[in-house]
Design a protein around this ligand. Structure first.
Ligand SMILES: [Zn+2]
Length: 68
């Protein structure tokens, strides 16, 4: 994976902060927060890792709704 954050250019393959991880039927879903504050949801499976959702930069980071 060679993509970078469109907001700040942080490399997606190096999560700035991992918020939570959840095992799914197909692999692992990881919530992470970028250096700019945007929340990302990435999914790791047999095909590799991909970003499935990406939020906007924010001053007050939101917690994932399913955080423990
Ligand atoms: Zn960013």
């Amino acid at each position: 994976m060679t993509s970078v954050c469109p907001h700040c250019g942080w490399p997606d393959e190096q999560p700035f902060a991992v918020l939570s991880q959840h095992r799914t039927g197909t692999g692992l879903t990881v919530w992470s927060r970028c250096a700019c504050g945007s929340t990302q949801i990435r999914e790791t499976g047999v095909a590799g890792t991909r970003i499935i959702s990406r939020g906007r930069p924010t001053q007050a980071p939101q917690n994932p709704p399913c955080a423990a």
